[in-house]
Design a protein around this ligand. Structure first.
Ligand code: HEM
Length: 730
């Protein structure tokens, strides 16, 4: 018989349940308290080691030296095998309306309840110290500290994945990571092993389209979507299940940078995304996302042209609309990177009652992988006790001991059922909040094979490509031309061209043109290396239906939110003699609308305006770069304009901003500066608002009018039409 638990771990304190999950009791700092050893002994000197005489040898007995250095020697833990480079923040989630018709997950049924969250964004391939602006998928992992335990939504900023079965994950990651002989290249997919693998794996076609699109170059973590990727299940209190796809929709819209810009940012500020997230939260501009769900009733499981268990497929929003059911706000930076961002352990298997898995074979493999890797990364089985991983509800079970155990379990028994003692945790019925797996019927033979419903690898890759705007398609072509251009083996380039031809002949032709090759006629079945020994190659590789949907607007970033300049970074170029009135009119208007404005001048210190006022620049041309800003303004002022005109860095700043399709505005007097740029001849002959909003270039003598139009220009984000000369060859 199971005995009722009478001796449990203490209930969490109010503080522990605090919405912001602040880890006060674990905070140690150096705020003037006496220095001690790790064992609490006060230290009188930790700057001089204990020596035999002033010039003598160091003594082995110096426990202060030994402890300090030993601890330092062990500071590093293994980085994550994937997603090693990341940045995180705390926040809260609130559901808009009771979702109990769909799920019994309590945090989704009570609009009054604020659930603390911790979110970690990451790149996939690079190591911990790599650049944020690698062309890569971004991780988007959310830990909800709910009153029923932790729910982790471990997603990406792309809704599909490279492979259909988790068993291929080690191959995928080995292929994309730096090559094993020389550990090159870092945080890049532009190399032979990656494309060799991909060219043999047609199921990756859809994901490759996303990974080569602007989605892989986000302007900010705050401006990207998130996706749970797999189809999950919602289960309500009556045991009724619906399939569900999870989405995060950013309230600032979905925006990207240009590839040339990304490469420059990697040099100028490899922490660009990390800094952007940190600065926005410090400034109180809290990033927000709405949680969206696509609901598919159980009876509709087989009504699509694709299999909803196939993680290389998305469900177009035209077929199943995304319902926005709640909002997440990130409002606090971590106190300590290692303790929180590094030690957090997400797991796709951390679910709460009301959320359950499906048989997606990628999801099923992930369910094993995360705890397994965390056992070694975090050094043993007790990492759930690390403050950032602890639930806000008490933990009761008979697990015990192991490296770094923090909990002091009381009593004699650590097994159940027991009749000896009173510390045997009680099992909980579903009605009382116990997790019960969805009662899915499975009646099957053991088989190592892929379902025929997973064989179509191209129709959604084509749907994605067809849904992109012209500039987005150009970027995909450029990305593939760049990546395959870095590949040394010509046969890999050719195999990839054959794969691309299955998606779109124009796409393959444009990339072939850039590579100076022809699209070869390679039968798909001879490319597909994931065909099992007893499989029929033709079966596995020849299916390439048209697909009934021609395009899906939601897949393009062109129609995203473009009505705000909140947190956009604007550079104002100025030198001594600047027209202070024009500078501050524009600056004040932009700041009032939420932009972050920096004055950049030839040197730091101060500049004196033509009105004889001191202005303190934020950056000099040496410390700033145009790639770190979204747009540029050049105010007038005779001397300032003359200085900037002769300043190569200022001209480079403007030229680069133009090349990266950014909004550029100038006072009429500053035309003199623009004359030295390469785009001067492209300035429109006359300025109608329509031209300005199409071309992103504005020169005006009216500071007021200029600031109001400039705001609209910045909100549009980028003027990709400037790249039109690179249109896809017919
Ligand atoms: C839909 C496909 C996948 C998505 C969206 C995804 C997402 C993520 C994310 C966001 C992280 C970083 C978590 C963090 O910030 O700490 C991560 C880490 C990881 N993922 Fe995945 N992943 C996917 C597929 C897989 C598969 C198939 C496997 C293995 C079979 C896998 C194994 C891992 C491992 C080992 C880590 C490191 C975890 C750690 O050290 O804490 N992932 N994944």
């Amino acid at each position: 018989m199971v005995k009722k638990n009478t001796q449990q771990s203490p209930e969490p304190s109010q503080q522990e349940n605090d919405k912001t999950k602040k880890l006060e009791s674990f905070i140690a700092d150096s705020t003037g308290e006496s220095l001690t050893t790790n064992h609490g002994v006060k230290i009188n000197d930790d700057q001089n080691s204990l020596k035999a005489g002033e010039r003598g040898a160091t003594l082995l007995e110096d426990f202060i030296l030994r402890e300090k250095i030993t601890h330092f020697d062990h500071e590093r833990i293994p980085e994550r095998i994937v997603h090693a480079r990341g940045s995180a923040a705390h926040g809260v989630f609130k559901v808009y309306e009771d979702q109990s018709a769909l799920t019994r997950a309590a945090f989704l049924t009570d609009p009054g309840q604020e659930t603390p969250v911790f979110v970690r964004f990451s790149t996939v391939a690079g190591s911990r110290g790599s650049t944020d602006l690698a062309r890569d998928v971004r991780g988007f992992a959310v830990k909800f500290y709910t009153q029923e335990g932790n729910f982790d939504l471990v997603g990406n900023n792309v809704p599909v994945f490279f492979i259909q079965d988790a068993v291929k994950f080690p191959d995928l990651i080995h292929a994309v990571k730096p090559e094993p002989d020389n550990e090159m290249p870092q945080a890049a997919s532009a190399h032979d092993t990656f494309w060799d693998f991909i060219s043999h794996l047609p199921e990756s076609a859809h994901m490759i389209m996303w990974a080569m699109s602007d989605r892989a170059l986000p302007r900010s973590y705050r401006m990207m979507e998130g996706f749970g990727v797999h189809t999950f299940r919602f289960v309500n209190a009556q045991g009724v299940s619906n399939f569900v796809k999870f989405h995060w929709k950013p309230l600032l819209g979905v925006h990207a940078v240009a590839w040339d810009e990304a490469q420059n940012i990697s040099g100028k500020d490899p922490d660009f995304h990390r800094r952007d997230l940190w600065d926005a939260i410090e400034a109180g501009a809290f990033p927000e996302w709405e949680l969206g769900v696509q609901i598919i009733p159980e009876e509709d499981e087989f009504k699509f042209e694709f299999d909803i268990l196939d993680p290389t497929k998305l469900i177009p929003e035209e077929l199943v609309p995304v319902q926005r059911i709640g909002k997440m706000t990130l409002n606090r930076n971590p106190d300590n990177f290692f303790a929180e961002t590094e030690q957090v352990a997400f797991h796709v298997g951390h679910v709460v009652p009301g959320i359950d898995f499906t048989n997606d074979p990628l999801l099923q493999g992930r369910l094993f992988s995360y705890t397994d890797t965390q056992l070694i990364r975090l050094g043993g089985p007790n990492f759930h006790e690390i403050p950032i991983n602890r639930p806000v509800v008490p933990v009761h079970n008979n697990q015990r001991d192991g490296y770094m155990r923090q909990t002091i379990n009381r009593g004699k028994t650590s097994y159940g059922p027991n009749g000896l003692a009173a510390n045997d945790p009680q099992q909980v019925k579903a009605a009382d909040g116990g997790f019960v797996s969805y009662n899915e019927r499975i009646d099957a033979r053991k088989i190592r094979a892929r379902s025929r419903s997973f064989f179509d690898h191209f129709s959604q890759a084509r749907l994605f490509f067809n849904s992109q705007s012209d500039p987005e398609q150009n970027h995909i072509i450029d990305a593939l031309s760049f990546e395959l251009g870095k590949v040394k083996a010509v046969e890999i380039r050719e195999r990839m061209l054959a794969v691309l031809a299955q998606i779109d002949k124009g796409l393959a032709g444009a990339v072939a043109f850039a590579l100076g090759l022809h699209v070869p006629d390679i039968a798909l079945e001879s490319l597909n290396s994931s065909i099992p020994a007893d499989g029929d190659p033709a079966d596995y590789a020849s299916l390439n239906p048209e697909g009934s949907l021609a395009a899906s607007a939601a897949l393009s970033m062109a129609g995203t939110i473009k009505d705000t300049i909140k947190t956009r970074k604007v550079a104002i170029l100025a030198a001594d003699g600047v027209d202070g009135a024009s500078l501050s009119t524009v600056k004040d208007a932009l700041v009032a609308a939420g932009a972050v404005v920096h004055i950049i001048s030839p040197k730091l210190g101060k500049i004196i305006s033509q009105e004889d006022q001191e202005i303190v620049p934020d950056e000099s041309f040496l410390t700033a770069a145009s790639v770190l800003y979204d747009s540029v303004y050049v105010p007038g002022g005779t001397n300032s304009v003359a200085t900037l005109e002769a300043e190569a860095n200022a001209i480079h700043f403007l030229n680069e901003a133009f090349k990266h399709c950014k909004a550029i505005a100038a006072d009429e007097q500053a035309l003199q500066v623009l004359e030295s740029t390469y785009f001067y001849k492209k300035l429109p002959a006359e300025y109608s608002k329509e031209t300005v909003l199409r071309e992103g270039l504005l020169v005006s003598g009216q500071a007021d009018e200029l600031s109001s139009i400039f705001k609209e220009m910045i909100a549009l984000h980028r003027f990709w039409e400037r790249e039109n000369p690179r249109k896809i060859p017919a």
